[in-house]
Design a protein around this ligand. Structure first.
Ligand code: ATP
Length: 563
């Protein structure tokens, strides 16, 4: 039985528990705030370290990766609820290694003073200890004992991983109100802003962390969110950018001192720590220094790099991020033109190059929500914790059972229609166009109403209701006039140059395609200047009813469509 707390006794926060970093957040007057721990950090490294039996966490523990790596445990979140044989231990090569204990994952750490032998701690125990630290930091900051939390999880967390996380939290004396999908938490954080309107939109949430990148396409319809497609990648993430910088500076070091700092564990750890700091500095400035005392063989090393060079040497990783986004949009059966917003989330999303690449991939109509493209963007490192805190404040008043049973549309993947439903309007020259009433991928049940004008002099209004889909219309540029081409061919050198210059890009636009007709109906004798109201109701079982009536008039027509 999972731990539960009576609603009246609860004090709830939002938690993001990542492989690289974690954050804690709380809401005050409906505003979410990310809380700093005792060291003043809001992005708290998910690391524990033991020195002479003392436990360190966060940035203090991270510093011990250089001097005390075997008693420092990092990058363990994804191992929760997994069998030893299915984990990828790569990221733990420079910290405590995962061990196989009867098929489960554990770590051997000297966590007791004066102990000769290390203790074997399960990944669940390590997570519990770390979560306890987070909760204590939050309780200290807020001056009240935190009892409960909403925690964010990746969309591909299995049921076993979710259960293991809940157990690890419960063992830290923390009630888990709900687990919210990472991308939904980011969307909730943006939706909570005062200036945000509840509107239909298609959102890509690109979450670039330290060890993994996760991208989701989310259909946001009337404040309900449906995840349409997801992609997860471990080849292109923040640590790969660290690696690019490590290799760059290692080569410089080798040139100067004829020794490779990557071949010695301590030097490698120093190289990695400084490469990460340099990478972060390059998100803010166009130049960053790199300096390590006694990097290898007692040699100090100082250098610098500018952003342009960094973007060049990191090109492969940046391209990987773009490909991932492109792939997931295709997986959802959509085109970049369908996307209204791209939310950049996760620490790596501070990198300006990622946002500028997306600016080039997406049309101008797509808003790219990243610090370097939108000054009002929320800090990508804080999005998920804020979303979790907002969700916690929403559900904390309910009994645990009600929260569990609630199919709160913001957090569950619900049934949705795939095509749009709309009316076909016929222009004077007889051309039909589709006007959507309910957007595709809208979660059901749903109900939408529109008003259409009757003809100027009134009379019968005939309406065809149909399904609609979108397709991308590609218009090739007009071919060049003939004589221009002839001039070009006179001089082959020039022609190459000219064709590049004059090559106009094809234009791509999203257009509606009329699908099957669902119903035809008429409202008779509408008054001069009158309007007809059409209401479409899609039930949870995808049954559709349509109602039409004259605005202000009596009667009307109503019909139910076969499913
Ligand atoms: P994961 O679970 O994928 O390991 P996470 O969700 O735990 O990641 P995040 O804090 O989202 O962790 O991302 C951590 C990554 O973000 C690290 O690689 C870190 O170096 C990078 N990062 C943090 N801040 C910046 C910045 N300002 N510029 C560039 N990269 C940054």
């Amino acid at each position: 039985m999972a731990k539960t707390v009576e609603p009246g006794d609860r004090f709830a926060i939002g938690i993001t528990f990542g492989n690289s970093n974690s954050s804690i957040a709380h809401t005050i007057d409906d505003k979410a705030e990310v809380i700093a721990n005792e060291d003043g950090d809001r992005q708290i490294p998910t690391i524990l370290s033991y020195v002479d039996g003392d436990e360190y966490s966060g940035n203090q523990a991270k510093a011990f990766l250089v001097r005390n790596p075997t008693n420092t445990v990092a990058y363990f979140r994804d191992y929760l609820g997994q069998d030893f044989k299915s984990i990828d231990p790569t990221h733990c090569h420079a910290s405590a290694h995962p061990h196989n204990t009867n098929g489960t994952v554990s770590f051997k750490l000297k966590d007791q003073p004066d102990a000769d032998e290390p203790s074997t701690l399960s990944v669940s125990e390590v997570s519990t200890r770390y979560l306890r630290k987070l909760v204590n930091s939050a309780s200290d900051y807020l001056g009240e004992k935190v009892t409960s939390a909403v925690i964010t999880v990746p969309t591909n967390f299995s049921e076993k991983q979710r259960e293991a996380l809940i157990k690890a939290a419960n063992d830290a004396d923390l009630e888990v109100l709900q687990l919210v999908a990472d991308p939904i938490a980011s969307v909730l954080a943006y939706d909570a802003r005062q200036e945000s309107k509840v509107e239909d939109k298609m959102v890509v949430v690109a979450d670039f962390g330290g060890t993994r990148s996760d991208v989701s396409v989310v259909a946001s319809r009337g404040g309900m969110h449906t995840i349409l497609a997801t992609a997860h990648d471990y080849e292109f993430a923040g640590t790969h950018l660290d690696q690019v910088l490590m290799d760059h500076f290692a080569k410089e070091f080798i040139k100067k001192y004829k020794t490779d700092p990557r071949e010695n564990a301590k030097s490698l750890a120093k190289l990695k720590a400084e490469a990460e700091a340099t990478k972060r500095a390059l998100s803010l400035g166009s130049n960053a220094s790199f300096s390590v005392e006694s990097l290898a063989d007692g040699c100090d090393f100082a250098s610098s790099i500018n952003r342009l060079r960094y973007e060049m040497i990191g090109r492969k990783v940046f391209e990987g991020f773009s490909r991932l986004v492109d792939g997931v949009i295709k997986k959802a059966g959509l085109d970049v033109l369908d996307i209204d917003e791209v939310i950049l989330s996760g620490g790596t999303s501070h990198t300006p190059k990622i946002a500028s690449n997306f600016r080039n991939i997406f049309p101008e109509t797509t808003t790219i929500l990243a610090p370097s493209t939108t000054p009002t963007a929320i800090n990508p490192s804080e999005l998920q914790a804020r979303g979790a805190a907002l969700q916690a404040s929403l559900v904390q008043e309910y009994d645990a059972e009600d929260i569990e049973q609630s199919t709160h549309p913001a957090v569950t993947t619900v049934q949705h229609i795939s095509n749009a439903i709309g009316v076909i309007s016929t222009s004077e020259d007889g051309e039909d166009t589709f006007v959507p009433i309910i957007a595709p991928e809208t979660a059901v049940p749903t109900r939408r109403t529109i008003h259409i004008n009757a003809a100027k002099d009134g009379g019968d209004v005939l309406v065809r209701i149909a399904e609609g889909g979108t397709h991308i219309k590609v218009t090739q540029p007009e071919p060049k006039p003939k004589e221009e081409k002839e001039t070009d061919s006179d001089d082959s050198d020039d022609s190459d140059f000219d064709s590049d210059e004059d090559d106009e890009e094809e234009t791509r636009e999203k257009v509606w395609k009329i699908g099957s007709t669902l119903a035809e109906a008429a409202v008779r004798g509408v008054k001069k200047g009158g309007k007809v109201e059409i209401t479409i109701n899609v039930m949870a079982d995808l049954g559709v009813t349509i109602q039409m009536r004259e605005v202000g008039g009596k009667g009307g027509v109503r019909g139910t469509l076969a499913k």
